[in-house]
Design a protein around this ligand. Structure first.
Ligand code: SF4
Ligand code: SF4
Length: 85
């Protein structure tokens, strides 16, 4: 007996699929609170977060809204807000 489950996205690496369309909650960064520790960069399963010279940047084309970055931020600099669709 088979299981009736499947994969909604085509096979491939995370960067091949624009997972931003899955998002219900959107992360927003308070740059005043951010210490640029890099935790959010390390935990993001979609590699949607990166640090540039000035700030943390979230690429919303790939952010699926899982909230891991907000959970792991030591200064509560990231809040998850309902997506405006
Ligand atoms: S985890 Fe929080 S404090 Fe650290 S870089 Fe990300 S937003 Fe900034
Ligand atoms: S909510 Fe945060 S950890 Fe999750 S995909 Fe978006 S940027 Fe990455």
């Amino acid at each position: 007996m088979g299981l009736n489950i499947g994969c909604a996205a085509a096979p491939g690496q995370a960067r091949d699929n624009k997972t931003g369309s899955w998002r219900v909650f959107k992360p927003e960064v308070d740059h005043e609170k951010c210490t640029k520790c890099g935790n959010c960069v390390m935990v993001c399963p979609e590699t949607a977060v990166y640090l540039n010279d000035d700030a943390v940047v979230i690429d919303l084309d790939f952010c699926k809204g899982c909230g891991l970055c907000a959970e792991e931020c030591p200064t509560d600099a990231i809040t998850m807000n309902l997506e405006d669709k």
